[in-house]
Design a protein. Structure first.
Length: 454
């Protein structure tokens, strides 16, 4: 089929490429590459880089000379084909002509491989030692031998430890707590998808808090997703709140893990009651920059508590993922007020797969930028934006049952928020006319670099 091309602001990214060819007569876009990928969640992000955690198929950043191709209701980014090499796997990498750059990349890859080998050794020790410490299945079963621990030099070199989906038990967490003082360079720890209970996780976190400050690992990213932390218990919630609160109850003191910037609690079976202590602790925390609370069945109560925390505290949160919950229009309005609160640093908000509808989308846009409910035709009318709304850079509203009224409000929001460069709004219920109206605003503004609108 023939595609129509509309130029947008361009940016750079590395994605999986596939070739499509234009059949039009002008041949302007013939042979260009259309790039689609599944947006990664925070599990795949760098520890020091806040991201919008999305887990659906979305269209992503355009490269140099990027264009948007529309066919029906689908919108795809395309990129120019120059100045890029494509490897056998299909991923695109910039050409490295300078030998010095190639040597630097090779040295970095060698260091990464060595660090991965050491981390694998430590992971194997924790799994084997925890298994040896577990109770015997029968009284007459052969006693397991606990392996020797890695050397202190090996432990001190581990920067990232991935224990996701390792079927860990409480014995493994005890081993991890024992070696924690030696993990002096540990920046990222993942315990995801182990179905650990909140009581066991709470004990491990309390062990970390009990260590002297000099012996605690300098964790910047902690992934506890996919565990049963909130199943009929408050142990993990209270321990996490202690992890976020200033130590010794002093307002000017640092929390027990002063470098912790990213916390992932996706699908942790933590409802509104379990998250209440954590939200209260955020009021006093000035370090946490990214929080993932998706797939926890949260209702408007948590959204209202977060909005109040943003309004009355100087929260450092820059990324908030509340997707796949049970939020309504009231919760959307509350989170919009959190974005617009004075002093708010929130740059990325994901509310995808909440049944917001037109009412919720309009309430969200109106809370962020007053006047969006009037419609797109008045989007450029003078209006005083709340100071906090100027920081919003990424917004996710996929599969939110949004219709035409919500689409017009989104168009007005794009026109009013100068910093907004990422908009993921695919799989909604608006008409083709509303799609064209939103695209017209995007083309006019020429600032959206990441768009999902399929």
């Amino acid at each position: 089929s023939s595609f129509s091309a509309v130029p947008l602001a361009s940016d750079e990214t590395n994605t999986t490429a596939s070739r499509y060819h234009d059949t039009s007569d002008d041949g302007v876009v013939q042979g260009r590459k259309l790039r689609l990928l599944r947006s990664s969640s925070l599990d795949d992000c760098d520890a020091d880089e806040p991201r919008l955690g999305l887990t659906r198929y979305s269209v992503v950043k355009a490269l140099r000379r990027g264009s948007v191709f529309t066919s029906g209701s689908a919108t795809l980014f395309a990129a120019g084909d120059a100045e890029e090499d494509e490897d056998a796997s299909g991923s695109t990498l910039p050409a490295l002509e300078d030998e010095g750059i190639q040597e630097a990349v090779a040295r970095r890859q060698q260091r990464a491989a060595a660090a991965a080998a050491v981390a694998s050794t430590v992971r194997g020790y924790i799994h084997a030692a925890g298994t040896a410490a577990a109770p015997l299945p029968t009284p007459h079963a052969p006693r397991r031998v606990r392996p020797p621990p890695p050397s202190p030099a090996q432990l001190a070199r581990v920067c990232s430890l991935d224990l996701a989906a390792c079927t860990l038990k409480r014995e493994h967490l005890a081993i991890l707590a024992q070696v924690a003082p030696s993990l002096r360079a540990l920046r990222s720890l993942s315990l995801a998808r182990n179905y650990l209970l909140g009581k066991d996780m709470g004990r491990m976190l309390e062990s970390l808090i009990a260590l002297p400050q000099a012996q605690r690992p300098p964790l910047a990213s902690l992934d506890l997703s996919g565990n049963a932390l909130g199943a009929h218990t408050m142990h993990a919630s209270l321990s996490l709140s202690r992890l976020l609160l200033p130590e010794m109850g002093r307002r000017d003191a640092d929390p027990p893990l002063p470098h912790l910037a990213h916390l992932n609690l996706r699908n942790a079976q933590m409802g509104d009651a379990q998250l209440a202590p954590i939200v209260d602790a955020l009021r006093s925390n000035r370090r946490l920059r990214s929080l993932v609370l998706s797939e926890n069945g949260l209702r408007d109560k948590t959204a209202l508590s977060l909005s109040e925390a943003f309004s009355h505290g100087n929260l450092a949160l820059e990324t908030l993922d509340m997707s796949v919950n049970d939020l309504s229009a009231e919760g959307a309005r509350a989170l919009g007020e959190a974005v617009a609160a004075r002093g708010s640093r929130l740059q990325a908000l994901d509310l995808s797969m909440n049944v917001l509808g037109d009412r919720g989308c309009v309430a969200l846009c109106e809370a962020i930028a007053p006047g969006c409910a009037i419609g797109e035709e008045l989007a450029n009318a003078p209006a005083a934006l709340p100071k906090g709304a100027l920081s919003l850079r990424a917004l996710g509203l996929s599969s939110c049952h949004i219709g035409d009224r919500g689409a017009l409000a989104l168009g007005a929001l794009v026109a009013r928020c100068a910093a907004l460069t990422s908009l993921i709004i695919d799989n909604n219920a608006w008409s083709f006319g509303a799609t064209n109206a939103v695209l017209s605003t995007l083309i006019k503004e020429r600032k959206i670099q990441q768009l999902g609108m399929v």
